[in-house]
Design a protein around this ligand. Structure first.
Ligand code: NAG
Ligand code: NAG
Ligand code: NAG
Ligand code: NAG
Ligand code: NAG
Ligand code: NAG
Length: 373
C-alpha cells in the first residue's frame, strides 16, 4: 500500500491572527502547535525567502501560514518536519498540528489543514468520498511521486517580456500580454492516416480542436495551446479552460508537438504547449510552467489557490525508503530526537532536496496585472 500526500481545503485565511484551528480530530497543543524548533539551512540562496512583492513586503512571509498535519508515528512526523523545514527555508510560515483521534475528515471538511504528507488511504473507508465525491481533499499521489504536468513555454520569453508575469496564469486574461502567443487556429492541422487525431468528442475534441464557448464569440482573441492527444490528462485542461474562462483553444497535434516546439525554440519564438517532467523531451529545453490552480478554482483546495507557486515543491517532494529509513534509524538508536533527525537530514542531504525547491519566479517584482494574491 502506498502512502500519499493529500492537500486539503483551508478556508480560514486569518490564522495569523491567532484564530484557532479547531476540528474534532485535530490537536494543536493549545496555541503552541507542534511546529519543530528552527533548523538552520546554510547558504539559503534559493531566493524564495527574500523575494519581495511590488510594495516591498516579503512574498512568502506575508502569506498566511501553511498548516501541516501529522499522524502519531515517527515517519509521519519526521516527514512533516522535513517539509516544514524546507517550506521555512522558502520563507513560509508553517504550523504543524496533530491528528487525534485517528479519523480522516473533520480537518478537511472544516478546512483546517493544507497538507498531510503521509496518508494511508486503506485506513479510511471515507477516502474515496473525500477525494472523489466531496473533493475537500486532493490526492497528490504517492509520496515518491515526482511528475509535474502542465502548460509550458520557453523561458527566453521571460527575458523578452520581463514585465509580463508570464509564469502566472492570469496573464492569459490580459489581451495584450497573451497576444504574444500564436492565436487560435495558427498551428498546423495534423492528420494521422488520413483522419484527424481526434474528432466527435463533444467537450473534448472536435476535428482536432477544443474550442470553448467563450472563444466562439467575435473578437475573443483566443490563443492556442498545443496538446498531444485527448487521452493525456483527459478533459482536465478543457474543464480548466471552461472554469477559469481562459481565452485558450486546444490544438491536438500528436507527436508533431515536439517538432513544433523544437522549431519555435530554435527560432526563439513564443509557443504554449502541454507537457510534463521528467521527460527526455523537456530535459532538452529551458522551459517554464504556467502556475495555476489545477482545476476549477472555486472548488480546488485553497492550498492550490493560495500557494500556486509551492505546488511544484509538494509534488516533487520525495523521500524514498532508504532516506526515511536512515532518519528513522537515527531516532531509533536514541542518538537524535525526531526534530533533530529531520533537521540533520535536511542539513546533510542538500543535493537530494535542492531540486524540490521550485525555480524562483522572475516576474514578481513588476507584477502589472496583480496576479499574485
Ligand atoms: C506544547 O506546548 C507547550 C507550551 O504550551 C510546549 O512547552 C511543548 O513543548 C509543546 N509540545 C510539543 C510536543 O510541541
Ligand atoms: C556554504 O557556502 C560555503 C562558502 O561557499 C561553503 O564553504 C560551505 O560548504 C557551504 N555549506 C553548505 C552546507 O553547502
Ligand atoms: C503588500 O503586498 C502584499 C501582496 O500583494 C499584500 O499581501 C500586503 O498586504 C501588502 N502590504 C501592504 C503594507 O500594503
Ligand atoms: C532558463 O532561462 C531563464 C530565463 O532566460 C534564465 O534566467 C535561466 O538561467 C535559464 N536556466 C538555464 C538552466 O539555462
Ligand atoms: C477540420 O478542420 C480542417 C482544418 O481547419 C478543415 O480543413 C476540415 O474541413 C475540417 N473538417 C470538418 C469535417 O469540419
Ligand atoms: C466550478 O465550481 C463552482 C462551485 O462549485 C461551480 O458553481 C461552477 O459551476 C464550477 N465550474 C465548472 C466549469 O465546473
Amino acid at each position: 500500500m502506498q502512502a500519499t500526500i493529500i492537500a486539503a481545503l483551508l478556508g480560514i485565511l486569518a490564522i495569523q491572527t491567532q484564530a484557532q484551528l479547531i476540528a474534532s480530530n485535530i490537536n494543536t497543543n493549545g496555541t503552541s502547535y507542534y511546529t519543530a524548533p528552527d533548523c538552520t539551512i546554510e547558504n539559503n540562496s534559493f531566493g524564495w525567502n527574500t523575494l519581495r512583492n511590488p510594495n516591498g513586503s516579503l512574498f512568502t512571509a506575508s502569506k498566511r501560514p501553511i498548516v501541516l498535519v501529522y499522524d502519531n508515528w515517527v515517519s509521519s512526523r519526521v516527514n512533516t518536519y522535513v517539509t516544514q523545514y524546507l517550506l521555512q527555508a522558502m520563507g513560509y510560515k508553517v504550523r504543524v498540528v496533530a491528528r487525534s483521534p485517528y479519523i480522516l475528515g473533520p480537518e478537511l471538511y472544516q478546512h483546517i489543514v493544507d497538507l498531510e504528507m503521509e496518508l494511508w488511504p486503506s485506513d479510511f473507508t471515507n477516502y474515496g468520498q473525500i477525494t472523489q465525491v466531496d473533493r475537500v481533499g486532493f490526492d497528490l499521489g504517492p509520496v515518491g511521486y515526482n511528475g509535474i504536468v502542465g502548460w509550458w513555454f520557453p523561458s527566453y520569453l521571460l527575458d523578452q517580456y520581463p514585465e509580463y508575469s508570464l509564469e502566472f496564469w492570469k496573464f492569459l486574461l490580459n489581451p495584450t500580454i497573451r497576444s504574444i502567443f500564436p492565436p487560435s487556429g495558427s498551428g498546423p492541422f495534423v492528420n494521422l492516416n488520413g483522419a484527424p487525431i481526434c474528432d466527435n468528442m463533444p467537450g473534448t475534441c472536435l476535428n482536432n480542436t477544443y474550442i470553448p464557448e467563450h472563444c466562439r464569440k467575435k473578437n475573443a482573441n483566443c490563443i492556442e495551446l498545443l496538446q498531444y492527444v485527448p487521452e493525456y490528462y483527459t478533459n482536465i485542461y478543457q474543464r480548466l479552460i471552461d472554469g477559469l474562462k481562459l481565452p485558450v483553444t486546444i490544438n491536438f497535434v500528436g507527436d508533431t508537438l515536439q517538432t513544433i516546439v523544437r522549431d519555435a525554440y530554435n527560432k526563439q519564438k513564443p509557443v504554449l504547449f502541454y507537457g510534463w517532467t521528467p521527460t527526455v523531451f523537456l530535459s532538452q529545453f529551458n522551459v517554464t510552467k504556467v502556475m495555476f490552480p489545477i482545476s476549477n478554482a472555486s472548488e480546488y483546495a485553497a492550498f492550490g489557490t493560495n500557494f500556486p507557486e509551492a505546488q511544484a515543491f509538494i509534488t516533487s517532494y520525495s523521500l524514498d525508503d532508504s532516506q526515511i529509513g536512515a532518519i528513522l534509524k537515527s531516532v531509533s538508536d536514541g542518538s537524535l530526537t525526531e526534530t533533530q533527525a529531520a533537521c540533520a537530514w535536511v542539513q546533510g542531504n542538500r543535493p537530494l532536496w535542492e531540486p524540490w525547491i521550485p525555480t524562483l519566479p522572475q516576474s514578481i517584482g513588476n507584477d502589472p496585472i496583480q496576479c499574485i494574491r
